[in-house]
Design a protein around this ligand. Structure first.
Ligand SMILES: [Zn+2]
Length: 368
């Protein structure tokens, strides 16, 4: 299999594969961008919907974009903002609805002001944030959807994709950008677990033409496992020479699997969220000594709050070169979590992110 090694964006080169942790509100909770850089992370994903609400699009644009706001010189991908609103609506139908025009929802408790989030709006906001990688607003296929519902979601995703592309070209022209200075736009392939629908969606999006294609929808099956069949099938539907974004993927094992299918951009809340929940990632063996990627079990979890770590003077992982493992013991981490000091979050987050970036380094080593 030919793996794509890199892709040029805004005069720089994005190396593949790459993992972007989720800096939802323009912050990776508990660490700053200096810490982040030190873990080897090269980019983050920010959340368009949350940033629209706070501090607001115009504020961010006036401050020079999300990178200057965060003091971050790495990559920034922005999501479409649709997933958050749509999942809120799916949980509580009274707050809004999804129509062909866009996502209609009510904001504010008293006034019940109606707000329409359209594909055009999503792209406009993502330009204001100053992201390098933009994602089309798509109609998320509910994993429980029946065939006719999947069909609607695919049809809408293609139509919205076209509107996103039109707005994208408009913004590029308005901002006087050219091919070398513009961000890239990712189309998202929906269709749930229905192969024919995935194919239809991919065909529609390919006709419009995007810089890369994303694996949309919920990536896990009903048992919480990666839907390997659909993930690999969907990857095969988009060109090998363009970025393939496995949206929301995933655990280290899932990243490894998706990389083998040809995906090269990953983003997930897992390493940072797990760190705050005292779940630390440890490679099963020393990655310097064995081919960790060929092992049946890539890593294990270390639950730092267990009693056995009270007097454990060793680092989280002896095979880890992160700032936390170089300087602090399991016993200290255990203590910090016990007293609920915020330093526990920071040190645990640094460790988990470094585990992910080492995995990425190993995957890059597989590309010849
Ligand atoms: Zn570490």
């Amino acid at each position: 299999m030919n793996y794509l090694k890199e892709y040029p964006i805004k005069g720089k080169v994005l190396e593949f594969p790459v993992f972007f942790p989720d800096a939802t509100r323009a912050v990776i909770r508990s660490i700053d961008t200096h810490d982040l850089r030190r873990t080897g992370v090269e980019g983050v994903v920010v959340n368009t919907y949350h940033l629209m609400a706070q501090p607001g699009t115009t504020v961010i644009e006036q401050l020079g974009g999300v990178k200057l706001l965060m003091n971050w010189d790495g990559w920034v991908a922005s999501d479409s903002g649709g997933f958050q609103i749509m999942s809120l609506i799916q949980r509580n139908r009274s707050i809004g609805s999804i129509t062909d025009r866009g996502v209609v929802f009510h904001r504010g408790t008293r006034k019940k002001k109606k707000y329409v989030f359209t594909p055009e709006k999503s792209i406009e906001v993502q330009f204001s944030l100053g992201a390098d990688i933009l994602v089309c607003l798509d109609d998320f296929t509910d994993p429980r959807a029946k065939e006719d519902e999947i069909e609607i979601s695919v049809k809408r995703t293609i139509e919205w994709g076209k509107r996103c592309k039109d707005e994208f070209l408009k913004q590029v022209a308005q901002r006087k950008l050219d091919n070398a200075s513009r961000p890239i736009l990712i189309g998202v392939i929906q269709g749930g677990d229905n192969k024919a629908m995935r194919e239809k969606c991919a065909r529609g999006l390919l006709e419009i033409g995007f810089d890369g294609y994303g694996f949309g929808g919920w990536p896990l099956d009903k048992d919480g496992n990666l839907d390997v069949e659909i993930a690999s099938f969907t990857a095969s539907l988009s060109p090998e020479n363009l970025p393939r974004f496995a949206l929301g993927v995933g655990s280290p094992q899932n990243i490894l699997e998706c990389f083998r299918f040809g995906y090269n951009i990953f983003d997930c809340v897992l390493p940072t969220r797990d760190a705050r929940h005292r779940r630390l990632y440890v490679f099963s063996e020393d990655p310097e000594k064995v081919d960790i990627l060929s092992l049946k079990r890539l890593h294990s979890y270390l639950y730092i709050l267990r009693e056995k770590y009270v007097r454990d003077n060793s680092p989280i992982s002896e095979h880890c070169d992160c700032y936390t493992c170089q300087n602090y013991s399991r016993a200290y981490l255990h203590h910090l979590f016990r007293i609920e000091d915020s330093l526990s979050w920071r040190l645990a987050t640094i460790h988990n992110l470094r585990m992910y970036t080492r995995l990425i380094e190993m995957l890059r080593g597989m590309i010849t």
